[in-house]
Design a protein around this ligand. Structure first.
Ligand code: NAD
Length: 483
């Protein structure tokens, strides 16, 4: 992202206006040299009829300025209100969510004084694509989409980030022992990209044990790159473990746009009382300054902030009479940071930002792979009789197949139930019938249409199909458990 002097600012809801005011005052005192275009987003905008929480004019400002500093907003409960964060991330292509978590012991209690982890979370794909359908009375699906370019973009971002910020290791977390294709793709891309960064160590954890490592040994982690859902979960664990939910900032980075914010919400319970801690948003703003080529100002502010913490000037959320010297409000905390501009912390480690942090991620388009169709999964809504898988399978095998496509196996919720299923297996009303060609001939869409007509004529209710492909000769689908 190029040097930038004009940004969009939103004061948000709840404590938003107070912490934004504090943050902007500190930035102005540090003479960051930015002009702010203020837009209104959030509760009022939702309630005035914009179901995405932002008006078309504000969109224009966001798109023109490219950089957005955002205070938290309140999403009204119920109704068809969409999450503004998700809308902004997706519309502006903010593919990378970067969340640094550092311990500030003893000023903020944490069991891990040396914890300093950055979680780089994929921000556009995965289950957050929000593609959901109820397919039968009993079964609902959410589709998890992982793309190769999307994975490559975020993995490259993580390695570039590590390099730019002098970090030593990138750890990938997936669940590819179970999701061999989707998470497997992410892990494979990680392994390939890692080879291009021999100066940075690379390792991989399965997400369940990886989450345990975040909770129990966070000091062993440096940069973590992971898929959207896992990143969401482990960053809350990391925030809790660092002891700093109210202190963490976050950035959402795209090829052209970027958005910076605090991790916490609008805290309506303490709004308007001048007691909120502005540190989370201030840390988000610091990340922004580094990103837009004002690393010197980011350093000035961050070191003054660290000095304020170690001088014991604390807002109520982190105030501890054993360690703190003075309990202050939001405004007074900002004043204390401003007074310390130019000073460095003595006990906490001062920060030093690289002036030339510019993270450029290029993902070249790859040639399309050779795609061959070898069969089709037809999903059928069926609950007749006793849900007898043998009767169902025998009928489809005898009458619901064509010369080209024959029933191979049937599974229910991924478990093989025909032929030779176990009577104990629970069966929902959602059946997957896998058709392939017994002579391993390739099949076409016309073959599938002929098959579907046959299934329909037999009186079965098919609810969706998934084609079985080989890409460059490699199987592109999973087998049923027991297949
Ligand atoms: P929250 O983060 O707003 O508050 C959780 C608790 O932490 C509250 O007790 C609050 O008082 C405290 N807290 C949060 N930030 C603080 C700060 N800076 N200083 C001191 N104490 C602080 O979470 P919530 O209560 O679940 O959500 C409130 C609203 O915020 C909801 O409408 C939610 O949708 C929204 N939200 C917005 C964002 C965002 O805009 N990025 C993120 C999360 C939640």
């Amino acid at each position: 992202m190029a040097k930038q002097d004009r940004i969009t600012v939103a004061h948000g809801d709840g404590i938003g206006p107070e912490i934004m005011d504090a943050t902007l005052r500190i930035m102005d005192a540090a003479e960051v040299g930015l002009t702010y275009d203020v837009i209104e987003i959030g509760e009022k905008v939702y309630k005035s009829g914009h179901e995405s929480g932002i008006s078309p004019e504000s969109w224009e400002t966001l798109r023109n300025n490219k950089v957005f500093l955002k205070a938290p907003i309140t999403t009204p409960q119920g109704g068809g209100f969409k999450s503004l964060n998700v809308t902004i991330r997706k519309s502006l292509g903010l593919y990378s969510n970067v969340r640094p978590f550092r311990a500030y012991t003893p000023y903020v209690p944490s069991h891990f004084p040396n914890m300093d982890v950055v979680i780089v979370r994929e921000n556009e794909e995965d289950l957050y694509a929000g593609i959901e359908h109820q397919q039968t009375s009993e079964v609902v699906q959410t589709i998890k989409l992982i793309s190769e370019p999307g994975s490559e973009k975020i993995v490259r971002y993580a390695f570039e980030y590590a390099r730019a910020y002098g970090r030593k290791k990138v750890t990938c977390m997936t669940k590819d022992n179970i999701m061999k294709h989707s998470d497997g793709l992410f892990h494979k891309v990680f392994n390939e990209v890692a080879k291009e960064y021999p100066d940075i160590a690379a390792d991989h954890w399965i997400i369940d044990i990886g989450s345990a490592v975040v909770a129990a040994r966070p000091e062993s982690l440096d940069v973590v790159v992971t898929l959207n859902l896992y990143g969401d979960v482990i960053s809350d664990i990391a925030a809790e473990v660092a002891g700093s939910v109210g202190m963490a900032g976050s950035s959402n980075i795209g090829m052209e746009h970027a958005m910076f914010e605090a991790i916490h919400g609008s805290a309506p319970d303490i709004a308007g009382q001048n007691i909120a801690n502005p540190s989370g948003l201030l840390n988000g703003a610091t990340m922004m300054l580094v990103q837009i080529g004002k690393a010197d100002k980011a350093e000035l502010i961050q070191n003054a902030w660290l000095k304020t913490l170690e001088d014991g000037i604390h807002t109520g959320d982190i105030y501890d009479p054993k360690i703190s010297v003075e309990r202050v409000g939001t405004k007074e905390f900002a004043d204390a940071v401003i007074e310390r501009l130019g000073q460095k912390p003595k006990k906490l480690k001062p920060v030093k930002y690289n002036e030339n942090v510019s993270i450029n991620v290029e993902v070249a388009e790859k040639p399309a792979k050779k795609k061959e169709m070898v069969g089709v999964d037809v999903f059928i809504d069926w609950r007749e009789g006793n849900r007898d898988a043998d009767a169902f399978g025998d009928k489809l095998s005898a009458e619901g197949a064509t010369d080209k496509l024959k029933v191979k196996v049937i599974s229910n919720r991924g478990v093989l139930v025909y032929p030779g299923g176990m009577p104990e297996t629970f069966k929902s009303d959602h059946w997957r019938v896998r058709y392939t060609n017994p002579n391993n001939e390739l099949v076409t869409n016309s073959d599938v249409l002929e098959l579907l007509q046959k299934i329909q004529d037999l009186g079965f209710d098919f609810i969706k199909t998934e084609h079985l492909y080989h890409f460059d000769g490699e199987r592109g689908y999973s087998l049923s458990q027991g297949e």
